[in-house]
Structure formats: C-alpha cells, structure tokens
Design a binder for this molecule. Sequence first.
Ligand code: FAD
Length: 451
Amino acid sequence: MNSLMVFTRDLRVDDNPALCAAANAGTMSCLFVVDDKFAGAPGASQRRQTFLLQSLSDLDQSLRKLGAHLEVVYGDWSQQVQQRALELGASNIHLSEDYSFYAKRRLANLKSWCCDNNISLHAHPGITAVPPNSVSPAGGGEYKVFTPYWRSWLKTSKRPVLSAPASITATAAPSSSSHLAPDPFPNSSLIGGESEGYKRLQHWLKNALGFYAETRDYPATDETSHLSPYLHFGCISPLRLVEQASQLPGSEPFIRQVVWRDFYAQILNMHPTASRHDYRDRGDVWQYDPAAYESWVEGNTGFPLVDAGMRQLKAVGFMHNRVRMVTASFLVKDLHQDWRRGADYFMSQLLDGDVASNYLNWQWVAGTGTDSNPHRILNPTTQAQRFDGEGKYIQKWIPELSDLTPSQVIDPPYELREKTGYPLPIVDHHKQVEMFKQRRLAANQDSKVAN
Ligand SMILES: Cc1cc2nc3c(=O)[nH]c(=O)nc-3n(C[C@H](O)[C@H](O)[C@H](O)COP(=O)(O)OP(=O)(O)OC[C@H]3O[C@@H](n4cnc5c(N)ncnc54)[C@H](O)[C@@H]3O)c2cc1C
C-alpha cells in the first residue's frame, strides 16, 4: 500500500503522528509543497522563507537516515498534492491538521478530491501539544478565557509522545540532488530545522528554565527560550517540549506560556476568521494616519521602549513578548489605528509569525480579544521603568541614546532629544488614551441604543 506523507507545519521526524502512521502503513513518499500563495507573496516574510528552507533541508537529511527523502515542489498546494498522489498511485494521504482559515479550506478541498478518487485522507494531531477539540468547556465551543482553559488543559489526558520511525520503506530511491540551499537572510541568528531546534531546547532547559519566572519579563537580558519559530514550523514537537520541561523543577510558568499557544489555536479552530474580524466587537472606529503609522513602523515615535522594540523587529525579526505588548498597545490605544494593520506588519517581519498567536495576541492587546480586562492600558514610559529600568534594552536598539544615564533614557528631556536627534513624542499619551476610552464608551452606548 502506497502512502503519501504531506509535511506542513510539522517539519520533524520526532513525535510526528502523521509520519509514524504513514511509515507503519507500508511504502511511502514524503512531500512538501512550497505554496505559491505564501512564498514571494506581498507581505510574506523573507526571514520565514529562509528559515523554512533551512528546516526542509534538515528534514530531508533526517529522512534520508531513515531510508526516505523529502521531495520539495513549488506551486499551488492542492494541485501539487493531488498530482503527486496520482503519480504514486497512493491509497492514503497523511498530514497534520492545522487550524487557520486557509489550512481548513485546503484540507476540505483535498478531502473532497480524495473522496472522488478513492484515496483515504488522514489528518493527525501534532501541531499543538493538545488538539483544539480535546479541551472544551462543558457547554461546548471554545474556552474564551485562558485560566479555565489552562486548568482543563492540565487535566486532559495527552497522547503518547512518539519516537521517530525506526526506518521508512520509501516508494522511490532517494534523489541525491539537493535543491534546498537557501541564502541565509543576513539578520537572523536562528537557523531553521529540527536539529537546531532540539539543540536549542536542550540547552535552554538545562541552563535557563529554572530562572524563567524571574527573567521572562525583562527584554534587556533576553533570557526567554526563542523557541517560537521552531514551534511555528513544527521543528520541535510542542508535546515533546512539555514532556521534557515538566520533568524539571520550576517548569510551570514556562509550560503555561506554551499553553497560550494551544489556547489561541483552539480559538482559531472555532473562529478561523479571527485573524481578520474582532473576536469581541467593541464598535471601534479606527483612525488612519499614515504619518503616525510610519513613525511607529520606523521606531520614531519618541517613546523609547516602543521605538526600541520596533527597531529590533525590523533589524532581526524578533521582539520580546513584553515589548510586543507595549508596541501593539501603543499603535491601538495611543495612535487609534486598527489592530489588523499592526498585526499584518508584525506578520511581515516576525520570524515566528503565526496566524493564531499573532492575530489573537493583537486582539488581546486591542481589547477585542480574550483579555478579561479589555480596557487595559500599557503606558510605554512606566512599562520601561518597570521592565527596562536601566534602559539597557532601549540603548541597544536606539544607539543615539547610548550616552544618556538610566534615568534620562526612559524619557529623555527635551534638550537631550534635540542634542541627540531623537524625536519628541508624537502624541500625548494621557490625552490619547483618554480619547480612546471616550470613543469606546460612545461606541458602546451607540450600540446599546441600536439594540
Ligand atoms: C502583539 C503580539 C504578537 C505576537 N505574535 C506572535 C507570533 O506571531 N508568533 C508567536 O509564536 N508568538 C507571538 N506572540 C507571543 C510571544 O510574544 C512570543 O511567542 C514570544 O515572545 C516568543 O519568544 P520565546 O520563544 O522566547 O518565548 P518564551 O517566553 O520562551 O515562551 C515559550 C513559548 O511559549 C509560546 N508563547 C509564549 N507567550 C505566548 C503568547 N503570549 N501567546 C502564544 N504563545 C506564547 C511560544 O510558542 C513561545 O515560543 C505575540 C505576542 C504579542 C503580544
């Protein structure tokens, strides 16, 4: 029996239920389609593309050790999968189930094509630690608030973590040509692939996990795991990560963060359009101010923590979680701009750009998402005082402020801004958030009247 294993966001041989099922079923081939809907599309991230190609190359090497190889083709995903299945005379197709609108539509189309062609399609877990449908509240639907989800997630029984198949009986002889030699994108320090991902995971668990609770909020020391791109592409298994971390003391705060990833996946699973539509409609009427938006993108707002974050994002495709919250909050609650604009920009830059985590975190910050306090305001100056008190993170990304003292750097006085060329604040934070609150209040009153 011939099977086709279609890799998607599960670029690993370890703990890959789809790969194990295909390998156990008989002879098989492995395919990855570089989908032309994403590769090279406007807004696509060159960094993620490079990371993807590195991951595919690493996966190909791992598969060759098991007796198979990875075929990588470019084009329309559905057409390519169907064509390869017919060429192989495949009776089964295996893949990992994904939850975005696009992934769901793609799977539904493939399902109906498989039905017409008498091919069995098997969608497996593996993209999240716990599949979205395994944790649901008593009344059905999705969990809307994190803490009850977390409690229920802890109690849910998990599938066994799987080793890589011992060997694979491949349908075709491994080709020796390697068509996967990407030019590394110059500004990313992380190399894609399962080998790199697990190396990083082991090193981080051994050396940093124990301090995570105390260090995780401080961007200057930057001691979080940086595993997000490996999780996004499935180079490491989220369930393997949880299994390994949970054997170590003090791992709960870290696992809790990883579970946020599952939490957002279960929301996207129920509301696949949540990347475009308010999860909770607050009646917001967004402003469109290209000059203010441009200042935000370029890190020239005159608010040092916001500008440091935006400059880091552009330079290396990463931003610390605390700073992501502050920069996102600034765009929405100080500049009154639509969260979708900010989220799309993040998506174009982030190495870990992920539909569920990015758009639903943006909605959390905007107050249209799952935050139980939708009126939360993050003051960029007090956030800098609390989380970058010595201004080291700010000075790293805003070199013109590097000679200032810690107390000056958080909110430089007028004459030092003039001297260093660092801009004045483009808005008055307190006035802007007051205006934002008034607008929301008015929108809510209007909607009550309309109801
Ligand atoms: C506005 C905004 C946009 C974001 N966009 C993304 C995105 O596109 N992709 C992405 O992976 N994360 C996103 N996050 C979540 C978080 O900022 C990153 O996962 C984290 O900074 C990655 O660094 P790390 O791997 O060192 O995290 P660690 O602190 O080491 O956490 C371990 C893992 O837990 C998961 N995680 C941690 N925090 C969150 C969170 N708040 N939501 C979901 N998962 C989380 C990630 O998979 C992360 O790799 C966003 C957060 C905000 C506020």
